[in-house]
Design a protein around this ligand. Structure first.
Ligand code: ZN
Length: 464
């Protein structure tokens, strides 16, 4: 199964446009970590992929945290004395600080000023602010808007929101494969009208699930659409007994902008997914950067907390916080481009392709090189003066297929792209020169997570 070929470059223009349209459909929804915005978002994702929606009641303890009260909002504004709305939530949902408690009163500009947020260095942009775990209220507006207010006047402030017992919602899309061993794909779906930091990850994950749902796969796949931090913590608390089946994982975010790719390694640092991502980015993208793990960022923080230590990394284009549009109204639908979304999907499929096809083989003619010419395996397609890439790949695969090295090992050591090594291995296998090692490890037994290693051993022995 060569997964990356399922989206060829001809398709990618159409797919990119379709992905952007999907992001645009979700963009106006006022999401938060709980409430109807995230429910509506999950329902929209569920129209494209099979999605199970889960509701966890407010007050439920989840490790050291508690599922918060549910927040919903109808309206919010600042009106001048004539009743004219000078700031209006209905025009942009970033105007109200996410999780603001309700308020409706008249106040002087000086009193109001303590509750206003702007970005003086980008005077036309509206900032995105939240107050999830402290009951407070506030309004966000462009600096120019604030400057245009009458600093001596009285204003009417109204936030028509509710904060009450309800539930936290998340969505789970499970695609069963040949083995119960799982690949986890997670993204946060809790930001309101923000495109790169939020909707690009949601969009790439949704389309990735769509492509994979049509294929026969070796691994099972679990896609999580969760509110950031509290959603991942809630999912882990409810699924603690089952996480051993997760062999590899990716957190997807910030995948629609024009920046180069970044991959943040898992806490383990040498997990198979870390190496797969590095090989794909090296050969398929320009000047991508692989970053070491750090305990801050997106939900890889929870999956890589020491009690779990899952092999989960984070794939991004521009890194959060490093682009000025981050957490502002400028992170909009123009900031994410169709071709960037499609390229990000292709990179994800290539990483999946490595994980799906990373096996060990045994050379059945290990004493000196087998005679490839006799088998029509020595004709180079790239001219007679140099050893063609295809033949070189065959020699690498034959030499390192001693039953120990995986195809990923061979790709890394030869410096050749994984698909070239994979195709060489398949050809040599079909020519009777290699045998597939059954029960290839799906987890590198590095001993750093004993429960996961036990799972791997059980899988290899066929007891699962
Ligand atoms: Zn964010």
């Amino acid at each position: 199964m060569t997964i990356s070929n399922h989206v060829d470059r001809k398709d990618s223009d159409r797919l990119g446009r379709e992905m952007h349209v999907f992001a645009a459909e979700l963009y106006p929804i006022c999401r938060s970590i709980t409430g109807n915005g995230i429910r509506q978002t999950l329902a929209t994702i569920g129209e494209r992929v099979p999605l199970r929606m889960v509701e966890v009641p407010s007050g439920t303890p989840v490790f050291d945290w508690t599922v918060p009260k549910e927040w919903n909002i109808n309206d919010g504004y600042i009106a001048d004395q004539s009743g004219h709305r000078v700031v209006d939530f209905r025009r942009c949902n970033l105007h109200v600080v996410n999780y603001s408690v309700p308020v409706c009163k008249k106040m002087s500009f000086d009193e109001l000023r303590n509750h206003l947020f702007t970005i003086p260095e980008h005077p036309d942009w509206i900032p995105y602010r939240t107050s999830y775990y402290k009951e407070d209220w506030g309004l966000c507006l462009s600096h120019n808007q604030m400057e245009s207010l009458d600093h001596g006047a009285e204003y009417e402030v109204c936030i028509d929101s509710s904060l009450s017992d309800g539930s936290l919602s998340y969505g789970e899309c499970y695609l069963p494969g040949e083995t119960p061993a799982e690949i986890l794909i997670s993204c946060h779906a809790c930001h309101p009208s923000l495109a790169n930091d939020n909707l690009s990850g949601v969009t790439v994950a949704t389309f990735l699930a769509g492509v994979l749902s049509r294929l026969d796969l070796r691994y099972s796949y679990r896609f999580l659409f969760v509110p950031g931090t509290i959603g991942a913590i809630t999912w882990l608390a409810r699924n603690q007994k089952h996480v051993d089946r997760i062999c590899h994982g990716l957190v997807l975010t910030c995948l629609g902008d024009a920046g180069r790719f970044h991959y943040k390694k898992s806490r383990r640092g040498d997990a198979e997914v870390d190496r797969a991502a590095a090989v794909v980015l090296k050969h398929e993208t320009d000047s991508a950067e692989v970053l070491e793990f750090s305990p801050y960022g997106y939900d890889e923080r929870q999956y890589c907390s020491p009690g779990f230590n899952l092999s989960v990394g984070c794939l991004m284009r521009s890194v959060w916080g490093t682009f000025p549009e981050y957490h502002t109204s400028a992170d909009n639908l123009e900031f994410i481009r169709p071709e960037r979304l499609a390229e990000s999907l292709r990179v994800c499929l290539s990483i999946v392709d490595v994980l799906e096809n990373n096996r060990r083989y045994r050379n059945l003619n290990p004493f000196c090189e087998p005679q490839l010419g006799r088998r029509n395996l020595y004709s180079s397609t790239s001219g007679s003066h140099t050893l063609g890439e295809e033949i070189n790949a065959r020699l690498w695969v034959l030499n390192l297929s001693d039953g120990e090295h995986t195809l990923l090992d061979i790709s890394e050591r030869s410096g050749m792209p994984f698909p070239v090594i994979r195709d060489a291995a398949h050809l040599l296998r079909d020519s009777g020169l290699l045998s597939t090692i059954k029960d290839s490890p799906v987890v590198r037994p590095d001993g750093s997570n004993s429960s996961t290693t036990r799972y791997s051993a059980a899988l290899e022995s066929g007891s699962i």
